[in-house]
Design a protein around this ligand. Structure first.
Ligand SMILES: *[C@@H]1O[C@H](CO)[C@@H](O)[C@H](O)[C@H]1NC(C)=O
Ligand SMILES: *[C@@H]1O[C@H](CO)[C@@H](O)[C@H](O)[C@H]1NC(C)=O
Ligand SMILES: *[C@@H]1O[C@H](CO)[C@@H](O)[C@H](O)[C@H]1NC(C)=O
Ligand SMILES: *[C@@H]1O[C@H](CO)[C@@H](O)[C@H](O)[C@H]1NC(C)=O
Ligand SMILES: *[C@@H]1O[C@H](CO)[C@@H](O)[C@H](O)[C@H]1NC(C)=O
Ligand SMILES: *[C@@H]1O[C@H](CO)[C@@H](O)[C@H](O)[C@H]1NC(C)=O
Ligand SMILES: *[C@@H]1O[C@H](CO)[C@@H](O)[C@H](O)[C@H]1NC(C)=O
Ligand SMILES: [Zn+2]
Length: 723
């Protein structure tokens, strides 16, 4: 009989742990704290409109809207989703902002039933996983149908009886380690833990290794008692809590795997280069709690697992397979259906003529795995506070120069379905709304801790630093700029900015308050609830206020104000060029790490970057000159803004990245095997990792050409491509 594990809540210090990358280090560009300070000090002081805006977001108002949005489940495509879409639309309209629902037909999955059992040789059930999250007295929304129906979206149904093997994080090197240890994954159920890479890629890697099914559990090392007290005694993941989530192969192509909304009549094969079957797993996959996982881990035979496989459960971690006398039966019954999800799009028209407009977009998803108080509705409450601030300005007669769009996405949790659909539909074609979009500002999990984190396009870093100088950190009351390290992470995937930056080349930002390195403890569980937020996440709702201020002020500075006239856009391309230099250094390191004896010619990339840096510095000087001239230099400023506002598009490669043509940006993409975390110069670094030297050299060339084209667009002259 396997021993049932008693899990005790231990309070241990939070230790820094890597987040979803192979080496625990997400790609980023370090601006450094000094540069951030300098940029925040030299930034403009708020105008009267900006000061008024900053005074509007309030913690009691954010609390009230969050409580309403989290009062019932609103999983994508359900009646709760539609209800909350109408609530957000009506909230925008109350502020004088035109707003409409934008339904998009996509493929969704819902759970019917599932089981996971340890059976003996006669088929008798020895023990069974609960597959349910406990009702907590302290949390009055925890008793819901959804707590009994934990599942992974896009898992096919199936009934598999097989031994289990333990494959750690489910990374390619974990499967390689098993193979080296003589453990055969073929014909087994692969049990993996959450962390280090996007869950869909765990499923993909398990399927590739020949597993018949997969289960993914939350080891307490990542977000349970090893991090601190568990909910409701602290913020971390309790024993029965399950991380739901999509297992789409998101690094191959984002969005609906069927393209049921048929953007411009195109099929998924045409857009992504893959069929529906290639974009979602063909083996059943089930997410489980650490309470349940312990049953199956504890019945494993085989050798003791290597140190890197060991989590924080009080057991001996083994590689498996399951001891000879047992087998494991996994049954998954999910229902697939094509139906609408509801985006909400609000618009404040700018006063520039339509052909000069450069729209600024703010986006947050609204659909949740059950209640989603942190993910994503802390961001939704913040978006509504931003809307209130803008509404107040509108009532005082203010108008933005450039149009501002407020977007509330649905279907994000299934694989960025709503935002990708809207981006694809509005990205192409004559007069497409997004053709001239200036920036996309994303907030997903607005608050799950106290540390400000930003990922984004480096050209937005100076603007962000200036904004952070105007907003106070709720705990210290010092400017947020003094709390930010200046580490600007590269955009990977896992939230709605993906279509905007990776497909359409629109400069993007993604911001959050996080607990630090670890992912917050109740992520994608029924306990990501209003009560969690009000007791653990942000009891005073002051971080909600701070993010609303940062988000809205960033948008105001990009959109410009009609009464101040047209001014040069606040993008800094010198920082972009410096970031590219740091990516090249990183790619060289990857090469040194992978094949120190190998030589690749990085010169084309370096020369292009040097030319781009030179052109960028010149454009900084031009910006200064035009700023001094001010609105009378309207035509010159229009020409300048057209040039720098569209510059990011230069980095798009027509044919896309090798093996995943939907992703077109040559400077960053989600890692092919990590999913959430970004790879910079992805075509190059992934060819290096695959030791495909010819491809790596060709990708150096292709990206160098893109950077040359950026340099030449900036300097208004056709530069000779010297390679
Ligand atoms: C939960 O309790 C709060 C008061 O603590 C109450 O306002 C709310 O309506 C309750 N929610 C549900 C779903 O019962
Ligand atoms: C969840 O499952 C338990 C045990 O089967 C059952 O008692 C409870 O009524 C279910 N809860 C809901 C809300 O369906
Ligand atoms: C771990 O398990 C062992 C053996 O079952 C037990 O003696 C020990 O007390 C447990 N430790 C903790 C911290 O629970
Ligand atoms: C909430 O605000 C009060 C002041 O009203 C303060 O004493 C307390 O520390 C704050 N709590 C948190 C978690 O920030
Ligand atoms: C708002 O924040 C203040 C602390 O700044 C706190 O005292 C107050 O209780 C908070 N209000 C709500 C509704 O959370
Ligand atoms: C390659 O790595 C080694 C060991 O870390 C280091 O000594 C060497 O300088 C690196 N070479 C290059 C070209 O970066
Ligand atoms: C852009 O940033 C650089 C620092 O990297 C700075 O020297 C330059 O002045 C900035 N340009 C503008 C227009 O502020
Ligand atoms: Zn989210």
């Amino acid at each position: 009989m396997p021993r049932f594990l008693i899990v005790v809540a231990l309070t241990l210090p939070v230790s820094g742990r890597g987040h979803c990358t192979l080496d625990g280090k997400a790609s980023h560009h370090d601006l450094g704290t000094e540069a951030v300070q300098a940029m925040s000090k030299s930034a403009a002081q708020p105008s009267w409109q900006e000061s008024l805006f900053l005074s509007i977001p309030s913690n009691s108002s954010a609390r009230a809207s969050l409580e309403y949005i989290t009062s019932k489940p609103h999983v994508a495509g359900t009646v709760g989703d539609l209800h909350m879409a109408e609530y957000v639309r009506d909230s925008f309209r109350r502020e004088g902002i035109t707003a409409e629902l934008d339904p998009q037909k996509v493929l969704l999955t819902y759970p019917i039933r599932s089981a996971l059992q340890l059976v003996d040789s006669t088929g008798r059930v020895v023990s069974a996983a609960k597959l349910a999250e406990d009702v907590l007295q302290e949390d009055n929304t925890s008793d819901t149908w959804w707590r009994n129906h934990t599942f992974n979206a896009f898992s096919p149904s199936g009934d598999v009886t097989a031994p289990v093997v333990y494959a750690n994080f489910g990374l390619p090197e974990d499967f390689a380690a098993l193979k080296a240890a003589g453990v055969d994954v073929r014909g087994t159920i692969a049990l993996m833990r959450y962390g280090k890479c996007f869950r869909g890629l765990k499923a993909m890697n398990a399927q590739k290794a020949g597993a018949l099914a997969a289960a993914i559990y939350s080891d307490p090392e990542q977000d349970g008692y090893a991090q601190g007290s568990v909910y409701p005694y602290g913020p971390w993941r309790p024993e029965s809590s399950v991380q739901r989530g999509s297992i789409q192969f998101i690094s191959l192509c984002a969005g609906d795997p069927t393209r049921a909304y048929a953007p411009h009549g195109k099929s998924v094969e045409e857009l992504c280069g893959y069929s529906r079957e290639e974009l979602i797993p063909q083996i059943p996959v089930l997410p489980i709690s650490y309470g349940d996982a312990a049953i199956f881990l504890d019945s494993l035979g085989g050798k003791e697992a290597p140190a890197s496989f060991k989590g924080a459960l009080n057991i001996t971690y083994r590689t498996g397979p399951t001891q000879m006398q047992y087998k494991v039966r996994m049954q998954v019954d999910n229902h697939f259906q094509s139906s609408p999800v509801w985006n909400v799009v609000g618009k404040i028209p700018g006063t520039l003529p339509a052909d000069l407009d450069q729209p600024v977009l703010l986006g947050n998803h609204r659909d949740a795995w059950v209640y989603g108080a942190a993910d994503p509705n802390s961001g939704t409450a913040q978006l509504l506070e931003v809307a209130k601030g803008l509404g107040e300005l509108l009532r005082r007669g203010w108008r933005p120069l450039r149009s501002i769009y407020l977007c509330s996405w649905s279907g994000e949790e299934y694989g960025l379905l709503g935002s990708t659909a809207w981006g694809e539909v509005n990205g192409d074609g004559p007069g497409a709304l997004l053709k001239r979009a200036l920036a996309y500002l994303n907030v997903d999990v607005g608050v799950s801790g106290a540390h400000f984190r930003a990922a984004g396009t480096p050209s937005l870093a100076q603007l962000l630093s200036g904004v952070l100088g105007q907003v106070h950190h709720p705990a210290s009351q010092k400017p947020l700029s003094e709390h930010w390290s200046g580490r600007l992470y590269s955009l990977g995937s896992g939230s709605d900015y993906t279509v905007f930056i990776d497909r359409l080349g629109i400069p993007s930002l993604d911001m959050s308050f996080t607990p630090g390195e670890a992912h917050y403890g109740v992520y994608h569980s029924v306990y990501d609830s209003f009560n969690w937020m009000a007791t653990e996440g942000d009891p005073n709702f002051t971080y909600h206020v701070a993010m609303s201020q940062v988000w809205g002020l960033t948008a105001l500075r990009l959109a410009g104000s009609d009464d101040r006239g047209n001014l040069p856009l606040p993008l800094n391309l010198s920082i972009q060029a410096q970031a590219i230099s740091s990516y090249i250094a990183e790619a060289k390191q990857t090469l040194n790490h992978t094949a120190p004896e190998r030589v690749l010619r990085f010169e084309p990339l370096e020369q292009a970057t040097a030319a781009f840096l030179q052109a960028a510095d010149k454009s900084s000087e031009e910006a200064d000159r035009l700023r001094k001239l001010g609105p009378p230099a309207f035509d010159e400023i229009v020409a300048f803004n057209n040039k720098i506002g569209l510059l990011e598009r230069s980095f798009l490669m027509e044919s896309g990245l090798p093996g995943r043509k939907w992703f077109r940006h040559c400077l960053q993409a989600p890692g092919l095997y990590t999913g959430y975390a970004a790879k910079t110069l992805p075509g190059i670094t992934e060819a290096i990792s695959a030791k495909d030297w010819q491809l790596a050299q060709a990708q150096i060339q292709a990206c160098a050409e893109r950077i040359w084209s950026a340099a030449s667009a900036l300097s208004d002259v056709g530069l000779v491509i010297a390679v």
